[in-house]
Design a protein. Structure first.
Length: 192
């Protein structure tokens, strides 16, 4: 069902307009219901035995509009956390949970840093970083993520599906990509 929804022309048209593209589950209850549902998904991800949610960005990066919740997960044992020059660097995986439909994308390993000064650094989701294969050393953790998403009825999309061209008549307001737009841009976009 996830791939079919992800490439459905009507759903894609709604997605580029930042409209809910699905009328099942939490999406039938409107945006407030979706936000509550996604918070529960993030809470369940944070309860996984070997992963912890290091950060979940529900505030649209402080401005604008993000069509997804950016979730950064790392190993619960602390082995991916490093101190460097007064800052803390954390290696992990980024998961984008779509606000518009029960869809998600997992990205190759990323790094977040925080410390004195500006808010820190992190990678924004982009099509070229979609992980189709489990990153080495993260296989068990990726299975846990997929199981949690499956339990909540969220489809994890692959790079092939997300890389399909978007109808030329559809325009996406996003700073994450440039035309020609892809299916990825419809579901995972951010406008500041």
């Amino acid at each position: 069902m996830g791939r079919e929804l992800a490439i459905d022309p009507v759903a894609l048209g709604r997605a580029v307009d930042d409209a809910l593209a699905n009328k099942a589950g939490a999406w039938a209850g409107g945006q407030a219901a979706v936000e509550g549902f996604l918070r529960r998904v993030v809470a369940d991800l944070n309860r996984l035995p070997s992963l912890v949610v290091e950060h979940a960005e529900f505030r649209h990066y402080g401005s604008g509009y993000a069509s997804y919740v950016d979730v950064f997960l790392t190993k619960r044992d602390g082995s991916r956390r490093r101190s460097m020059d007064g800052a803390t660097g954390v290696d992990g995986l980024t998961l984008a949970l779509c606000r518009l439909a029960p869809l998600a994308a997992l990205f190759e390993r990323s790094r977040r840093s925080s410390g004195p000064g500006p808010a820190g650094a992190y990678s924004l989701p982009e099509l070229s970083r979609v992980a189709d294969a489990d990153p080495p050393g993260w296989e068990q953790k990726c299975r846990q993520i997929r199981r949690t998403l499956d339990d909540h009825g969220i489809a994890l999309l692959d790079a092939q599906t997300l890389g399909l061209p978007l109808d030329d008549r559809l325009t996406v307001e996003t700073v994450l990509g440039d035309p020609p737009f892809r299916v990825f841009d419809a579901w995972f976009h951010w406008a500041d």
